[in-house]
Design a protein around this ligand. Structure first.
Ligand SMILES: [Ca+2]
Length: 221
């Protein structure tokens, strides 16, 4: 019995990975009519196989950002971006800024009012398996005013399926410091084979005000 169920499971898995509909392997069909008509209930293995099928690499998988020009939502917040602050929060504000924008209707502005060390606007992107071992490039324009400390940056970070950080690029060698007009920046990160989530961010580490606008993201190879 166990042997027959094993064969049925393998057939189900192969059907999942091949994209074909499930049919029992004639060589493994049991003699009992009762068992012949039974269909194995989905097990965690079947569910995992189905999920992997859904994530199977396809040609021309496109990577994209939501709201890369920082349009406000009806509540006046920056739509699609999460506001992250170190510690207790309430040290930074995040607003769509129509008066200092490279493209209408607004840019994103991060300003420190307290003493916490950093804040960022962030969005996560599920990593498609076809992106593994490829390089992701994030570009965008930044502007700074009286920035103190380590400075403003574009950020990329990848995590595995349990939230462990695998790699990151926080623009360590080219931060926005002091006061400067709009300038375009580009950072890259190779996506490791076990990457599950990609986090894209605009970070202000220190005091002052940072603006960002016109972000874009692409796979370069
Ligand atoms: Ca804009």
């Amino acid at each position: 019995m166990k042997h027959l169920i094993f064969h049925s499971s393998i057939a189900f898995l192969l059907a999942c990975f091949s994209g074909l509909s499930f049919s029992a392997d004639p060589a493994s069909e049991p003699a009992s009519p009762t068992i012949q008509q039974s269909v194995p209930a989905p097990t965690p293995v079947h569910i995992l196989a189905a999920k992997r099928l859904a994530m199977r690499p396809v040609a021309n998988a496109i990577i994209s950002l939501k709201n890369p020009s920082f349009e406000p939502d009806p509540q006046g917040r920056i739509n699609a971006w999460s506001e992250i602050e170190h510690g207790s929060g309430h040290a930074y504000t995040f607003v769509p800024d129509p008066e200092n924008a490279l493209s209408a209707p607004s840019s994103a502005r991060i300003r420190r009012h307290g003493t916490e060390p950093f804040a960022l606007l962030r969005q996560s992107i599920p990593v498609h398996p076809s992106w593994h071992n490829r390089t992701v490039r994030l570009s965008g324009s930044l502007r700074g005013e009286e920035i103190s400390g380590p400075g403003g940056a574009l950020t990329l970070r990848v995590e595995d399926g349990v939230g462990q950080i695998l790699d990151w690029n926080f623009m360590a060698n080219d931060r926005v410091k002091g006061t400067q007009d709009w300038k375009q920046y580009t950072i890259e990160l190779k996506i490791p084979p076990s990457a599950f989530s990609l986090f894209v961010g605009i970070m202000l580490e220190g005091g002052g005000t940072l603006w960002a606008d016109d972000l874009s993201i692409e796979l370069t190879n």
